[in-house]
Design a protein around this ligand. Structure first.
Ligand code: ATP
Length: 325
């Protein structure tokens, strides 16, 4: 390879340094502008509300697959509008989705943002989220289930119907009323196009089994997103964000204690019901209560006292294995 400019740059293979090199070669500035985030990319479309929503999505820790897929859908919807203007063919998109992942991995949080994005894009009229589970859909006598399911679909019109642990609808087999709810839902999905978006969510294996057992479903839910478990560093990041959003700070020793607990939990072969970010939310909320009890004993706590969650506020973490679930 021909040597030009700073040889160190050539070794790294870094693209930004490569573009610097190109500038040196041609001796004039060229703009190789890399959008830094989804929100920046959306900002380029001059839509402030949408950019704010994508920023919210971007700020969620991890969840790369969800972020990427939602941006792809957004891009397609936008480009289809431009194609329509030029009388080019556009395929009608089915936007119902399957969110697969363990508890507390952000499925409901992302579903809520999806509803609001789809409203901004003009797919949904309201963008609200109706969260339901088996008991909300399934009734106790013949005809009851269809009525309950229809009522909830009506409520979800213009927004998102989010069915948590959707596989439990198939729990009782052919004779169970859950089957009636699935049939009623399938019909509504067919009749109403994208008047509402249905997101079915639940554990990986169960959702796959559910889709296998109901051959009518996979084609109606063409978008599938996997929500991964968070690792220790991601969970600590989530802890900091959650504390900050409530105007608290985590003392370094407190963070260290949480880290040790998470490490122990995630490496415990007998512990399999970890609830990811929900676990973090629960322990932060408990620590806030314990901090309040601690501060109540002080005569006049200072600003720093009020702000800081200390290691001792997390002492419960090592008292019982189940605490914070
Ligand atoms: N990536 C993330 N960054 C920041 N906070 C998060 C993230 N994921 C989840 N949370 C927070 O964790 C909590 C639980 O998340 P959420 O309810 O979305 O999970 P879920 O997958 O729907 O759980 P479940 O299946 O049990 O209902 C919420 O308070 C949410 O705001």
């Amino acid at each position: 390879m021909k040597q030009t400019g700073n040889p160190k740059m050539q070794e790294t293979g870094d693209t930004s340094q490569a573009s610097n090199r190109i500038q040196v070669i041609f001796n004039r500035p060229i703009s190789v502008k890399q959008p830094t985030s989804l929100a920046d990319m959306v900002k380029a479309t001059a839509d402030a509300n949408l950019a704010a929503l994508f920023e919210e999505l971007e700020e969620l820790v991890g969840l790369q697959e969800a972020k990427k897929t939602i941006y792809e859908i957004f891009a397609l919807l936008r480009v289809n509008k431009q194609r329509e203007k030029h009388q080019l063919k556009t395929e009608k998109q089915v936007l119902h989705m399957v969110f697969k992942g363990n508890p507390g991995t952000g499925k409901t949080t992302v579903a809520r943002i999806v509803g609001r994005i789809f409203k901004e894009v003009g797919i949904l009229t309201k963008g609200h989220l109706i969260e339901v589970e088996r008991a909300d859909l399934v009734g106790e006598f013949i005809g009851h289930t269809a009525q309950k399911t229809r009522d909830l679909i009506k409520k979800a019109m213009g927004g998102v119907l989010f069915i948590d642990e959707a596989y439990s609808l198939a729990r009782g087999g052919e004779k169970d009323f859950g089957k009636e709810a699935i049939d009623c839902l399938t019909k509504a999905l067919e009749d109403s196009g994208n008047d509402f978006i249905c997101i079915i969510a639940g554990y990986n294996d169960e959702m796959e089994q559910f889709l296998d057992l109901n051959p009518g479903l996979p084609s109606r839910f063409p978008i599938q997103i996997q929500f991964q478990n968070y690792d220790v560093e991601q969970l600590l990041e989530i802890a900091k964000i959650m504390a900050k959003s409530k105007e608290y700070e985590l003392a370094p020793e407190a963070l260290e204690k949480i880290r040790r607990k998470l490490f122990a939990l995630l490496h415990d072969p007998f512990y399999d019901n970890f609830s990811n970010a929900r676990y973090i939310r629960n322990i932060i909320e408990k620590a806030i209560r314990l901090q309040a009890v601690r501060l109540l004993k002080m005569e006049s706590p200072k600003l720093g006292d009020l702000l800081t969650l200390k290691e001792e506020d997390f002492s419960f973490l090592f008292e019982s294995k189940q605490t914070g679930e």
